[in-house]
Design a protein around this ligand. Sequence first.
Ligand SMILES: [Zn+2]
Length: 173
Amino acid sequence: MSLENLWAGWRSEYIAEATARERSGALTHDVESCVFCRLAGSGAPSEDNLVVWRGECAFVVMNAYPYASGHLLVMPVRHVDALGELAPGESAALWSAVQDSVAALEAAYQPDGLNVGANLGRAAGAGLPAHVHFHVLPRWSGDTNFMSSVAGTRVMPETLAQAWKKVSGAWPT
Ligand SMILES: [Zn+2]
């Protein structure tokens, strides 16, 4: 089984479980079954966990379902479902990680532009609304717009492992 499949399997299992719980009216704030919390505790950044950078309050990981090469997810270590629940130090760490992500993607891919954004809540398109996260992805003139690119899966010209190597190598020090 490839790393991508292993990672993706985790996520789809989580989504199926979370959706079932939500439909049954149960709480979806279960840290135990949160794939992002598992990633938060998955050890040092490596090609295996696809974590690019890890700090005390925030970390950055390759998106298992990228809309573009180099698509990153930036999130707090702590399991919170609203931006307002972040402490000032956590917000600062999160934003600093977003800035570093932009710098790394600019250096690694020389894109024409980037998207930085968050889907807050399932109605806004979040697959994992229980753990706040930002998307950071490179864009090129002439590629599809953000709304259509987030709506479907696209064929990527490089593997997640290749993208991890490229972004990790370009991470600001
Ligand atoms: Zn979580």
